[in-house]
Design a binder for this molecule. Structure first.
Ligand SMILES: C[S@@+](CC[C@H](N)C(=O)[O-])C[C@H]1O[C@@H](n2cnc3c(N)ncnc32)[C@H](O)[C@@H]1O
Length: 250
């Protein structure tokens, strides 16, 4: 497979082309089924024009819960096949809660720890009797399935890495992906769990944040992104980053 490339396709198709264990680290923030909501105790689909028309215009983020669970389980099984370590950033919302909590149980053998990402200024509750949402989770999985909390392939020194990260949310702008994570997150994970020249894979590349963090730390990247628009956005950010880098290092 070509490295330092984003494949404009379903990540399952990209991973089918990969050999077992060819990736050193996965850093990703998958879609979280934002257009599936609960009405009168039942799951239903939020119309595209309702609240999220701009945010999710390039892909359909509304799956029935069982389909959403099956999709993520398939992705996770493939990630465990191709990569040594996986950092899977999940947000608990109405449309993702059941599937992600079930996944935490089903993949518990591989989950070495869970990092709490404290977003500092949380999102206010979407309704009455709902908690404000101030955190996201980053599941840390290792494919060797060795029990315990020791992350065999970790690169950080004892006592230097907490399982709570206090990092403010990405400020949304018109020309960056609506659900991008702050670059500090992939930066930190890449340094903690990989070496120079390693290959970092993001199956849900969005606007290319993981790729830029990989380049900043002298790693290689591979990405998948189903939307052509986000793919183009990522290519442009990577190009801008690389041109600037050359400008300051030549
Ligand atoms: C939460 S966003 C990722 C944002 C990214 N971390 C960033 O910083 O820009 C999830 C992305 O997954 C993409 N996506 C959804 N389903 C996909 C699939 N089956 N394969 C590849 N990409 C997919 C969406 O288009 C969206 O850009």
């Amino acid at each position: 497979m070509e490295i330092n490339k984003i494949y404009n396709e379903d990540c399952i198709d990209t991973m089918r082309k990969m050999q077992d264990g060819c990736i050193d680290l996965v850093v990703t923030s998958p879609p979280y089924n934002m257009r599936t909501r609960i009405r009168n105790g039942q799951y239903s689909t939020r119309e595209k024009g309702e609240h999220f028309s701009v945010k999710y215009k390039y892909f359909d983020d509304a799956m029935p819960i069982e389909e959403f669970y099956n999709f993520h389980s398939n992705v996770m099984n493939e990630l465990l096949r191709v990569s040594k370590i996986i950092c899977y950033n999940i947000q608990i919302v109405s449309g993702s809660k059941e599937a992600f909590f079930k996944m935490i149980g089903d993949f518990s053998k591989y989950i070495k720890d869970i990092i709490i990402w404290d977003k500092e200024n949380g999102q206010p509750a979407m309704g009455e009797r709902v908690l404000n949402s101030c955190y996201e989770l980053i599941l840390i999985l290792e494919s060797n399935g060795i029990c315990g909390r020791t992350i065999q392939n970790a690169r950080f020194n004892r006592g230097t890495m907490d399982n709570i990260l206090r990092i403010g949310r990405c400020k949304r702008t018109n020309d960056i992906h609506a659900a991008c994570f702050p670059i500090k997150i992939p930066n930190l994970l890449i340094n903690a769990f990989s070496d120079v020249e390693n290959i970092i894979y993001d199956p849900f590349m969005g606007s290319g944040t993981t790729a830029i963090a990989a380049l900043m730390n002298n790693r290689n990247y591979i990405g998948s992104e189903i939307s052509m628009e986000y793919c183009n956005m990522a290519q442009k950010r990577i190009f801008d980053y690389s041109s600037q880098y050359k400008l300051f290092t030549q």
